[in-house]
Design a protein around this ligand. Structure first.
Ligand SMILES: [Zn+2]
Length: 254
C-alpha cells in the first residue's frame, strides 16, 4: 500500500488503512459534559500538533487511550482531549477532526482551536509508533496541503513530545514527514517550472516521452543542442524538458 489522500466525512476518517497501518474508530460518546467532546467547531485548521502520551505502561497503546478518553468524558473532572492516538501497530481516532480538542494547553489559542492533535504512544516500540505518526501526519498534509507540523511545546512550552525532544529528534521528525509526502506525491509530477530555461550545448542524453505518457525508454539518444524550457521537474530529480515531444532527462547523467 502507499500513502494517499484521506477520505474524511464529517471529520471522521473513512479509510481503514493509512499506508499499512490499520485505522480504528472509537469516537467518544457525547455525555453532555464537554470535557473531551468540546462540540466547538474547528473552523480554520492550520496544522497538526504532535505529542507523546507520557505513559510508558506496556498496555498504554492507542486502544487503551481511546477508553481513557471516554472515561475522562464520563467522569467530568478534567478537560483534556486529542483527535488521534497512534502506537506501533495501529491508529485510533477518538474525536472528529473538525471539532476543537483540549490538547495544547493554550486555552483558546491556536494550538487548541486550530490544529489536529496526535498523541504518539510510548508503550511499546516507540520508534515504530513515531514512524506511524509520521505517516499519519503525511496523509493529513496530503489531504489538507496547507497544514504545518507543530509540537505541543510550540504552544505552551511543555516539554512534549518528550521522547522525541529528549533525543533532539524534532527536526528529523518534521523532515521525515515532508519526505513521506514528497515520495508519495513523487509518482505524479510535483513541481512545474514552465519558464525555467535550460541550455543544452554539450552532449546530453535522454529519452523521448510522449504526451500520451508512453515513454520511449529503449531509445535513449543525444539531444539536439539548443535552449529548452523545463516543463516539469519530478520529485525523483529528473526533468521533462521541451515542448511537443518532451525529453526525460536525469540530470545525474549530464
Ligand atoms: Zn503534549
Amino acid at each position: 500500500m502507499a500513502l494517499s489522500k484521506l477520505n474524511i466525512i464529517d471529520g471522521i476518517i473513512q479509510d481503514r488503512y493509512i499506508d499499512d497501518i490499520p485505522v480504528k474508530l472509537q469516537i467518544v460518546k457525547l455525555m453532555r459534559k464537554r470535557n473531551v467532546r468540546t462540540l466547538i467547531k474547528l473552523k480554520e485548521c492550520i496544522g497538526i500538533t504532535n505529542h507523546n502520551t507520557g505513559n510508558s505502561a506496556p498496555s498504554a497503546g492507542d486502544e487503551l487511550h481511546a477508553k481513557w478518553m471516554q472515561n475522562v468524558e464520563n467522569i467530568d473532572k478534567q478537560y483534556v482531549s486529542a483527535h488521534l492516538f497512534v502506537d506501533q501497530d495501529s491508529i485510533t481516532q477518538v474525536i472528529p477532526l473538525d471539532e476543537v480538542t483540549y490538547n495544547a494547553g493554550d486555552g483558546k489559542g491556536d494550538g487548541n482551536y486550530k490544529t489536529i492533535s496526535i498523541e504518539i504512544c510510548e508503550n511499546g516500540n516507540v520508534l515504530k509508533a513515531e514512524e506511524n505518526a509520521k505517516k499519519l501526519n503525511a496523509a493529513l498534509i496530503m489531504t489538507y496541503p496547507n497544514l504545518k507540523v507543530f509540537k505541543h511545546q510550540d504552544w505552551s512550552g511543555k516539554f512534549c513530545p518528550r521522547v522525541i525532544l529528549t533525543r533532539n529528534g524534532w527536526d528529523k521528525f518534521v523532515e521525515d514527514i515532508a519526505e513521506y509526502v514528497k515520495r508519495a506525491e513523487g509518482k505524479t509530477a510535483i513541481e512545474t517550472k514552465e519558464r525555467e530555461m535550460v541550455n543544452i550545448n554539450s552532449d546530453i542524453y535522454g529519452y523521448r516521452t510522449a504526451v500520451d505518457g508512453i515513454n520511449d525508454k529503449n531509445r535513449v539518444k543525444k539531444l539536439p543542442k539548443g535552449i529548452y524550457p523545463i516543463m516539469i521537474k519530478h520529485a525523483s530529480g529528473a526533468w521533462n524538458i521541451g515542448k511537443g515531444y518532451m525529453y526525460w532527462i536525469n540530470p545525474k547523467k549530464i
